[in-house]
Design a protein. Sequence first.
Length: 241
Amino acid sequence: MTSKLTAQAAPPPRLEQFPDFPPRDDMQNFLYLYRESYPAALIRYLENRDRTLLLCEAPVYWYPTRYARIPDLLVAFDIDPMAAIARNGYSIEENGKPPDFVLEVASPTTARNDYTRKREEYAAFGIPEYWRFDPTEGERYDAPLAGDRLIDGAYQPVAVRGSIDTGLWGRSDVLGLDICWEEGRLRWWNPTTRTYLETHDEVADARLAEREAFLAEREARLAAEARVRDLEDQLDQQRNT
């Protein structure tokens, strides 16, 4: 007699650690994500960091398809981030849900795939939001900035406002941020604080300005104290004459 266990479909094999995929042969992520320190800025902005994963160029794997996609940036909430890091990638099967957000930066060699085939695949994965940033004015993608939101199993475009001259922006409901295209730069606007997430240079410049202001204030205070001492010395000399 066939047992109930053997009659059921065999469970999928436990996934091994993802292999190390070769790095991209262009500088798009460095120029528009890493150099600007946006991964670090996003992690600082996002709440509940112990249950939030943010990775760049990490594979997303779904067991039935047996292939991985490697978004330039992914964010996933309410999971064990250290397990995904140890796995060297994101397994939809093991986490019980897809990433909540992915973003691609247009590459000269793979751009068309991002807004055609990858768009369909990310929708099939069940990823709630998929965004694309093209530092050109849409020469690589079909638009400089585009976002899709998953509705009833299919992606529907997110409204993107503005123009090339004034800048483009659209709201990410998943992140609670406006994603912006400004003169070919990727920016992240916090509508609550009405400020941008700061780049590395902006943080460094702010610290330098604070230090310069501190040094200028100290110099002015020391100069004022020196003038007071000189005046006191003059008064003492007058009394003694």
